[in-house]
Design a protein around this ligand. Structure first.
Ligand code: GTP
Ligand code: MG
Length: 202
């Protein structure tokens, strides 16, 4: 898929304020600093469409973008960042979970996982919750430029093994680096394929 246009629409504090759910939507979710906003910029081929930062907790609202005048893309705040006050962390978690559960046109959630780390409890719990709620998602490993391919493969094996403890079939999985533009074609064709099958009338 070619990206012909990518426009920022607005930021929202709750899913119910988001644009009318009449076209397909995809959202990026994951722990703070995992690289959600950077991945969006890489996919859209725009350096500053979504705001990124070296310090976790940059994205604090539901940020909506309108792509190719056909679908929405959403940048979400990170979950589980220890240094954010507990009360705010709770609000973020509620915002994310409500969004994931109730946003009618959400076609797929992209759950980002830092490829340098071993499986983290809050990521596993979040994905288990998505499974229980039957919310469609795929796993995206980020920042693969930061480790060797053998180290990455080892982490990936570990992840798959951990996931197979609660999943019979693993969700689809993408490997990315926003720095090196890895994974762009694969993710955009995935979105394109899902867009084609979307029928929001049901
Ligand atoms: P929050 O909005 O705080 O939840 O963070 P986020 O998940 O949106 O992360 P963001 O995209 O702001 O990136 C966090 C940091 O990681 C920034 O310093 C990015 O430059 C860096 N980063 C993101 N993706 C990559 C990548 O693929 N490779 C490398 N080397 N650095 C990356
Ligand atoms: Mg962000």
């Amino acid at each position: 898929m070619e990206i012909k246009s990518a426009e920022f629409i607005a930021s929202y504090t709750t899913y119910s304020d988001c644009p009318e759910p009449v076209i397909p939507e995809y959202a990026f979710v994951g722990r703070s600093n995992v690289g959600k906003s950077s991945l969006i910029n890489m996919l859209m081929d725009r350096k500053k469409l979504a705001k990124t930062s070296q310090s976790p907790g940059k994205t604090q609202l539901i940020n909506s973008f309108f792509i190719n005048k056909k679908w929405y893309l959403v940048d979400l705040p990170g979950y589980g960042y220890a240094k954010v006050a507990k009360s705010i962390r709770k609000d973020f978690n509620k915002l994310i979970k409500d969004y994931a559960e109730f946003r009618k046109n959400l076609m797929c959630l992209f759950v980002l996982l830092d490829s340098r780390h071993a499986p983290q409890q809050n990521d596993l719990e979040f994905m288990r919750w998505l499974g229980e709620k039957q919310i469609p998602f795929v796993m995206i490993f980020t920042k693969t430029d930061k480790l060797s391919s053998s180290a990455f493969n080892k982490n990936l094996m570990h992840y798959k093994k951990e996931m197979l403890k609660s999943w019979e079939v693993l969700p689809e999985l993408f490997v990315t680096s926003s720095e090196q533009k890895i994974g762009r074609t694969e993710i955009l064709s995935f979105i394109s394929k899902v867009n084609e099958s979307a029928d929001l009338k049901n």
